[in-house]
Design a protein around this ligand. Structure first.
Ligand SMILES: *Cc1c(COP(=O)(O)O)cnc(C)c1O
Length: 397
């Protein structure tokens, strides 16, 4: 029996909507994309949504619209996918990596406050809602990440690639801060194959992002052919990008959006099962959930193998593999990647909590089709490792 780490779930209206697109003759950005944007904005409670062809594109457009300049510095969490930091380099700016909280991989208000004290010149922060857990943007004390950033004139870009749908006290991720970026890559919580979305409540930012999404042209192609006068004419206001989402992808997105709540419910059930069934395994740390379970998107379920565990993280993955269970690691911290490490002369010892995570972290399968008996099997393989002791092979490594 093989249990893969990740599986897409496309059993809704995906084919139906794709057929509609093929019949319509408009394969690129047109009515399906507009409908997807409208429904996504409704779902997140954001005023504006702009569909793009990846979350990386969304992040790039967000930084551009917020005016990040060459030579600027931008706060970026160390525990994230490289896209979060590479877009900073696209602008000629430099990432300043922040350590994260153990067992959540999140940036916290106190991490942000410390960073501001140490680097007062930095005016932009990218927050990652890691694994689908919304970061502490607001709290009862009025001391959340958004409050701290407002007081210090810092603009926030939210990387919500893991966090759809997620919320804080009924307010959805996507309508919390200045700009939020979502991913619909194949293994994310909903997918369009490749795709992303920018949401914002700020009209000016929205207009800029919309223009820069398509070559810096001031009217998109579909509008030009459907709104009558001087249909051939357009102006170019900036050297923009080619980041629009095709209708074929939006068709899949619309069908996925209809299932997003059911998917999230299913992943939450799996997470609760893991939390319960793994609670007696004393050589691992479980992920902390600091919000209501129903606010969490549960994109990832990661555990941390403790230093004194009967197996190392690498051996853990090997044993899972041999027993037909797929796993993954989120992430090797960015200061350990040769480009960032060498370019910025970074030292792992400056990021103690990220290091603790990195040495032990493993992500377990979590997707709607995963059955209770499969979950139990994953847990059984993990429990079996307790009797392994440190093997001869491990000793001579
Ligand atoms: C997947 C991911 C991205 C990039 O998303 P794409 O849609 O593939 O560009 C960015 N940030 C994080 C945290 C991700 O996991």
């Amino acid at each position: 029996m093989h249990i893969p780490f990740s599986r897409v779930c496309c059993e809704g209206n995906e084919l139906l909507y794709i057929k509609e697109v093929l019949k319509s003759g408009w394969l690129t950005t047109a009515s399906k994309t507009l409908e997807f944007e409208k429904k996504f904005a409704q779902k997140t409670g954001a005023k504006y949504a702009c569909a793009v062809n990846s979350c990386t594109a969304a992040l790039h457009l967000a930084l551009e619209a917020l005016g990040v300049k060459s030579g600027d510095n931008v706060f970026v969490p160390s525990m994230t996918f490289t896209a979060t930091a590479e877009v900073v380099r696209y602008m000629g700016a430099h990432p300043v990596f922040l350590d994260v909280e153990y067992q959540t991989n999140l940036i916290t208000p106190s991490i942000v406050q410390d960073a501001i004290n140490r680097y007062p010149q930095v005016k932009h922060l990218i927050v990652v809602h890691f694994g689908g857990h919304p970061a502490e943007m607001y709290n009862d004390e009025g001391d959340g990440i958004i409050d701290i950033c407002k007081r210090n004139g810092i603009k926030i870009i939210e990387d919500a690639a893991h966090a759809f749908p997620a919320s804080i006290n009924e307010k959805a991720v996507g309508s919390l801060g200045d700009i939020t970026c979502f991913s619909f890559y194949a293994n994310k919580t909903i997918t369009t194959g490749e795709g992303g979305m920018v949401t914002t409540n700020n009209q000016e930012l929205y207009e800029r992002i919309k223009v820069m999404r398509l070559h810096g042209i001031n009217r998109d192609v579909w509008n030009r052919f459907t709104c009558g006068s001087a249909a051939w004419e357009y102006d170019v206001v900036a050297p923009g990008f080619k980041y629009n989402m095709p209708d074929l992808n939006a068709a899949v997105g619309l069908a996925q959006l209809e299932q997003a709540d059911a998917f999230r419910e299913a992943r939450m059930r799996i997470a609760l099962n893991y939390l319960e069934l793994l609670s007696n395994v004393n050589w691992i740390d479980l992920p902390l959930c600091r919000v209501d379970y129903s606010y969490h998107a549960w994109h990832l379920f990661f555990i941390v193998i403790k230093p004194d565990a009967p197996v190392t993280r690498d051996r853990f993955i090997e044993i899972m593999n041999r027993n037909g269970v797929g796993t993954s690691v989120h992430y090797k911290p960015l200061y350990r990647m040769s480009y960032y490490r060498d370019h910025y002369n970074l030292e792992a010892s400056h990021y103690p909590q990220s290091e603790r995570m990195w040495h032990g972290t493993v992500s377990l399968p979590i997707y709607p089709q995963l059955s209770l008996s499969q979950i139990k099997r994953v847990v059984k393989v993990i429990e079996s490792m307790a009797s392994q002791k440190v093997s001869f092979v491990d000793n001579i490594k």
